[in-house]
Design a protein around this ligand. Structure first.
Ligand code: FES
Length: 157
């Protein structure tokens, strides 16, 4: 019998095949039992999404009372033609913008619970400044410069 060395590549390949198996009628538990590593909690709420315009590397988003970012402590995914940001409002005039791509295996981060971003793929968690709180993500999320003037948030980068 041929021995297969377990690498990230073979594990990904296995998981892809297992997902196909599950779609074809196998049970999810049977299909994913060999994927290994932590799994994401299934009860994490999803962030709201808002669209914003992006021109020459600058994203602009009007924040009014109907915005998901209207109150301090809120967070949202800001979707632009050039990519998506995780944005948290940490003060009346203060916002923190992060790359929304997980540093583990590049999944889009969509979960948010208790002021913590949660990756849906393997459960990595990040604080509002992008620091890793729990792996397997190996490094923090990239942070972008923000400015809030006249009710308009700009994200540069
Ligand atoms: Fe694996 Fe985010 S891609 S934890």
């Amino acid at each position: 019998m041929k021995e297969i060395k377990c690498t990230a590549q073979t594990r990904r390949s296995f998981c892809t095949q297992a997902a196909t198996f599950a779609l074809l009628g196998g049970t999810a538990a049977a299909a994913f039992s060999g994927c290994g590593g932590p799994t994401a909690p299934s009860d994490v709420p999803s962030l709201p999404s808002v669209s914003a315009t992006r021109t020459s590397g600058v994203t602009a988003l009007a924040i009014d009372t109907g915005s998901p970012l209207a109150t301090v402590g809120s967070a949202a995914r800001v979707v632009t033609s050039g990519g998506t940001f995780l944005v948290a409002r940490t003060g009346q005039e203060v916002f923190v913008a992060l790359a929304a791509i997980c540093t583990h295996e590049t999944c889009a981060i969509t979960g948010f619970r208790s002021q913590t971003y949660v990756c849906p793929c393997h459960g990595s968690t990040f604080d509002l400044n992008g620091r890793v709180l729990g792996g397997p993500a190996p490094s923090p999320l990239r942070q972008y410069a923000t400015q809030f003037t006249g009710g308009v948030l700009t994200i540069t980068g």
